[in-house]
Design a binder for this molecule. Structure first.
Ligand SMILES: O=C[C@H](O)COP(=O)(O)O
Length: 248
């Protein structure tokens, strides 16, 4: 079965209720694009309003806590995200791995908690610049995949986002050949681990995706979509990426 393209916007720590108009325009444009799934991951504070005020919105979170509840000041559980109307959550973004010290084992626990709460998961992996330059990118990323995936999961409910850290927010992008090599390696590792189900799992590329480079990146082998940061904040920049996916 062909995998539907999946275009996800990660708003990171951007957006107040004033930004709901952009989200509305994005989901209105997405509605008519056949074959493409679109989701937006705003800050926690906008999940409820986005779900409540925009029909057909598919809204996600950017992180969750691995525990169901408890004394974790400032944290939000997967069940709370679901209660707020989220359908999916990102886990293991490099900004959390780096700034909050999240290890593969933490990401694995979060992914398991999210799936257990009924959410879809977008699990991020990616290498730093020095690892890419020393030729160790594939080994680095496959180790992250092996350490971060839950023991059991439905491959239709979990996507992996390959985001080279050096490409995030920099305007730098890997060559299409390098993206295809990495996505192919991830698919191969998944096939060894879960067998035929690996064909169902979507592998997204993230890092400086724009309306200008989306068609080329999305055409690379085993690229099933994109995780978009800066260019997902406005309809003017995000809709062309959705259109590029729809045109493939
Ligand atoms: O989650 C999204 C990524 O970090 C990519 O961000 P960017 O599109 O601004 O480079």
């Amino acid at each position: 079965m062909a995998r539907r393209k999946y275009i996800v916007g990660n708003w990171k720590m951007n957006g107040t209720k004033d930004a709901l108009g952009e989200a509305r325009a994005i989901f209105e444009a997405a509605l008519n694009r056949q074959g493409v799934d679109v989701a937006l991951c705003p800050p926690f504070t906008l999940i409820g309003p986005m779900v409540a005020e925009i029909s057909d919105a598919v809204v996600g979170a950017q992180d969750c806590h691995a525990a169901a509840s408890g004394a974790f000041t400032g944290s939000v559980s997967a069940a709370m995200l679901s209660d707020a109307g989220a359908a999916v959550t990102i886990v293991g973004h490099s900004e959390r791995r780096e700034a909050f010290g999240e290890a593969d084992s933490d990401v694995k626990a979060k992914a398991g908690a999210a799936l257990g709460a009924g959410l879809g998961v977008i699990l991020c992996v990616g290498e730093p610049r020095d690892v890419r330059e020393s030729g160790g990118a594939v080994a680095h990323v496959l180790a992250q995949v092996a350490g971060s995936l839950p023991d059991d999961f439905d491959p239709a409910r979990l996507a992996i986002a390959y985001e080279p850290i050096w490409a995030i927010g920099t305007g730098l992008v890997p060559t299409v050949a390098d993206v295809a090599e990495m996505h192919g390696a991830i698919r191969g590792a998944l096939a060894e681990r879960i067998g035929a189900g690996a064909g169902q799992l979507r592998i997204l590329y993230g890092g400086s995706v724009t309306g200008e480079n989306a068609a080329e990146l999305l055409s690379a082998g085993d690229v099933d979509g994109a995780l978009v940061g800066g260019a997902s904040l406005t309809a003017a920049k995000f809709v062309p990426i959705i259109e590029a996916a729809a045109a493939l």
